[in-house]
Design a protein around this ligand. Structure first.
Ligand code: GTP
Ligand code: MG
Length: 569
C-alpha cells in the first residue's frame, strides 16, 4: 500500500467492487435477502464513508469515534477532553441523536466537504439540542491538535433505531474506535457484538472504562482485559475514568481524563504512530471486503435458485396441462356426455348409419340411397364437439394456474410475487373467448383438410353427399376416439361411434388417409393449445422477470472480489 501506483490499483479495485455491490439487486424475498441487504448497505456505507476516502487521502486527520451505550458518559468525556461544551450531555436518554465532530480549525477543509460520511449533511453553530437527523455537527477546538478529530456518536444500543443505525455507520467510518463503557455495563451484549466486528475487521480500538468506583478498578479492569483478549482485541488499551462529581460546566476534573488526553495528543502529534493506527484499520477494512462480498454472492445465488424453482413450477404446471389436453384428445374424454348424445341424435336422423353398420361391404350404394333426403343436421354435434374441446383447454388452463399459484405459495419468494399480481391466481380474463376462437379456427382447418383431401372427383361427390361439415365432424370424432378413458356401457357406444364414423371416412378416403388426417387434426389442435398456453405461461414469466436479479450477478461480484484480493496480496 506504500507506492502511489499500488494505491491507485487498490483504489480502482475497491471502486470496481463498490460498483458491483451497488449494482447488485436482491428483489426476491427469500430468507437470505434481508440480512444480505443489510450487509450490502453497510458495506457500501463503509466504502463511501471510510475506505475510499481514506485510500484517496491517506494523510487526512485521524478520526477517533467515541461510541458506546447510552448514558455511559461519551458526550461528557468529549467535552471534558476538549475542555468545552461541544456536545450536549444530559439526563434524558438518549441525549446525543446526531453526531458531533470536533476538529482543529486548521483541519476544517478535511471535514467541511463530503469527503467522508457523504450521506450526512454538515451543520455548524451551537448545539440547540434539537434532533437533526441525517446531519453531522462540526465543532472547532484548539484543544485538539491538527491531525486528529474526535466524533461524539449516538448510542450503539439505543431504543431509537435511527441512533443505532447511525452509530454503526459511524463506527465503520472510524480510524479508531474509543469504546466508552461503565462498570455497570461493560459486559452488555450489543457492544460486544460490535467489538467483535471491529476485531474481525482489524479496526483499532481503545477502551474507556468510565465512571468506575475507585475501589472497583482493581477487580473490573483485569476482567475487562480478559474479555478483550477472548474477543480478539488483546492489544486494545484501557483507560479508566473514576466516578467523580462533575464541575459546574458538567466537565470531569482534568486529572480524570489526563491519561486519555495525553494519549490522544501523542497520537495526533506523531505522524508515524497515526499512520500505524490508520494503516491497521484501513488494511483490516480492505481485507474484510471480499469476505463480506461473499454473503452477497450467496444471496445472489439464492435469488437465482429461487427464480429457477418458481419458473420450473410454471413449466411443470403447464407441461402437465398440455399432457392432459393431449391425453384428453385421445382417451375418449371428448366423446362423452353431450357429444355422445348429439351423435346419437345425429345418427338417429340418418337411417343410413344403421344400414352401414349391418351391410358394411355394400355401404356406398346404401349411403347414396339413404342420403336422398339430404344430409342430417350436424349443428348440434358440431357445437357439442366445440364445447367439449373448449372445456378441455379451459379447465386445464385453470388447473395449471391454480397449480402454479399453489406451488408459488410454497416456494421461497413466491408469495410476494403473487401479492403483487393477484390476477395470476386465475387464467387471463380473455381466455374463454380466445379458446372459442381457437376451436372455431381449428374446426375450420379440419374442414379445409377434408376439402383438400377430397379433391378427386369421385371422393368429392361422396363428401358432398354427406356435406363437408358432417365429414369434418366425423374426422374430429375419429381423431378423438380411443376407448382408454371410458367406463362401462360408454365404451361400447363411444367405441361404436368412432368406429362408425371411421368406416364412413375410410370408405371415402381410404384407411391410410384417414389415419393421417386424424393425426394431422390432433397435431394441429395441440399446436394451437401450445400457443394458447404459451401466452398463459408468459404472464407468470413476466411477473418473475420483474423481480429477476441479473443472471451473472454472483459471478461479477466474485470476480471483483478476487480482483481486489489479487491487488491486496
Ligand atoms: N457524576 C457523574 N456524572 C456523569 C459522569 N459522566 C456522565 N455523567 C452524567 O451522566 C449523564 C449522561 O452523560 P452523557 O455524557 O450525556 O452520556 P452519553 O454517553 O453521551 O449518552 P448518550 O448521548 O445518550 O448516548 C449526564 O447527566 C452526565 O452529566 C461522571 O463521570 N460522573
Ligand atoms: Mg451523548
Amino acid at each position: 500500500m506504500s507506492a502511489d501506483g499500488d494505491v491507485e490499483a487498490l483504489v480502482s479495485a475497491v471502486e470496481g467492487l463498490r460498483d458491483e455491490v451497488e449494482r447488485a439487486v436482491l428483489p426476491l424475498e427469500v430468507a437470505s435477502r434481508a440480512p444480505a441487504e443489510t450487509s450490502r448497505r453497510q458495506l457500501l456505507q463503509q466504502l463511501d464513508d471510510y475506505v475510499l476516502p481514506r485510500l484517496r487521502a491517506i494523510d487526512a486527520p485521524l478520526l477517533a469515534v467515541v461510541g458506546g451505550s447510552t448514558g455511559a458518559g461519551k458526550s461528557t468525556l468529549v467535552n471534558s477532553v476538549v475542555g468545552a461544551r461541544v456536545s450536549r450531555s444530559g439526563v434524558l436518554r438518549p441525549t446525543t441523536t446526531s453526531p458531533v465532530l470536533v476538529h482543529h480549525p486548521a483541519d476544517r477543509h478535511w471535514f467541511a466537504d463530503t469527503r467522508i460520511l457523504p450521506s450526512l449533511a454538515r451543520v455548524t453553530g451551537q448545539d440547540t439540542g434539537e434532533s437533526q437527523p441525517g446531519t453531522v455537527r462540526l465543532a472547532e477546538s484548539t484543544a485538539l491538535p491538527p491531525g486528529m478529530a474526535l466524533l461524539d456518536a449516538p448510542d450503539i444500543d439505543s431504543v431509537v433505531s435511527a441512533n443505532r443505525a447511525i452509530a454503526t455507520q459511524l463506527l465503520s467510518a472510524a480510524d479508531l474506535w474509543l469504546f466508552v463503557t461503565t462498570a455497570a455495563r461493560y459486559a452488555d451484549a450489543v457492544p460486544w457484538d460490535l467489538l467483535r466486528t471491529a476485531a474481525d475487521r482489524g479496526t483499532a480500538v481503545a477502551i474507556v472504562l468510565d465512571r468506575i468506583p475507585p475501589d472497583a478498578v482493581a477487580e473490573i479492569r483485569p476482567h475487562l482485559a480478559a474479555m478483550l483478549r477472548e474477543q480478539g482485541l488483546p492489544t486494545a488499551p484501557i483507560f479508566t475514568v473514576p466516578e467523580t462529581t462533575l464541575d459546574a460546566e458538567g466537565h470531569l476534573p482534568p486529572e480524570a481524563v489526563e491519561r486519555l488526553r495525553a494519549w490522544l495528543q501523542a497520537l495526533a502529534g506523531d505522524a508515524r504512530a497515526r499512520s500505524i493506527v490508520v494503516g491497521q484499520t484501513l488494511r483490516g477494512a480492505v481485507d474484510s471486503l471480499s469476505g463480506r462480498t461473499s454473503e452477497l454472492v450467496v444471496a445472489s445465488r439464492d435469488q437465482h435458485d429461487a427464480a429457477v424453482s418458481l419458473r420450473r413450477a410454471v413449466d411443470e404446471s403447464f407441461d402437465e396441462a398440455r399432457r392432459r389436453v393431449s391425453d384428453g384428445m385421445t382417451d375418449g374424454t371428448l366423446l362423452r356426455g353431450e357429444v355422445l348424445a348429439r351423435w346419437q341424435e345425429f345418427v338417429g336422423t340418418g337411417e343410413f348409419f344403421r344400414q352401414i353398420e349391418t351391410t358394411i361391404s355394400r355401404w356406398r350404394d346404401k349411403i347414396t340411397a339413404a342420403v336422398k333426403g339430404g344430409p342430417p343436421p350436424a349443428e348440434g354435434l358440431g357445437e357439442a364437439l366445440q364445447t367439449g374441446v373448449a372445456a378441455l383447454l379451459l379447465s386445464n388452463a385453470e388447473t395449471a394456474s391454480s397449480e402454479t399459484t399453489r406451488a408459488w405459495r410454497r416456494l421461497p419468494g413466491g408469495v410476494p410475487v403473487l401479492a403483487r399480481h393477484p390476477e395470476l391466481a386465475k387464467p387471463s380474463p380473455g381466455l374463454s373467448p380466445q379458446v372459442e376462437r381457437l376451436v372455431r379456427a381449428w374446426q375450420g382447418e379440419v374442414f379445409e383438410l377434408v376439402r383438400t383431401e377430397g379433391q378427386g372427383r369421385r371422393t368429392n361427390a361422396r363428401v358432398a353427399a354427406y356435406g363437408l361439415n358432417a365429414i369434418g365432424l366425423f374426422l374430429m370424432l375419429v381423431a378423438f376416439s380411443s376407448t382408454g378413458g371410458l367406463v362401462g356401457a360408454e365404451i361400447g357406444i363411444a367405441g361404436g361411434t368412432a368406429l362408425l364414423a371411421q368406416r364412413v371416412l375410410e370408405a371415402i378416403f381410404g384407411d391410410q388417409a384417414v389415419r393421417e388426417m386424424a393425426a394431422k387434426a390432433r397435431v394441429r389442435l395441440l399446436e394451437l393449445a401450445d400457443e394458447l398456453y404459451a401466452s398463459e405461461r408468459a404472464r407468470y414469466a413476466g411477473a418473475l422477470d420483474e423481480v429477476a436479479a441479473p443472471p451473472d450477478q454472483a459471478q461479477r461480484l466474485t470476480a471483483s472480489a478476487s480482483r481486489l484480493r489479487a491487488v491486496v496480496r
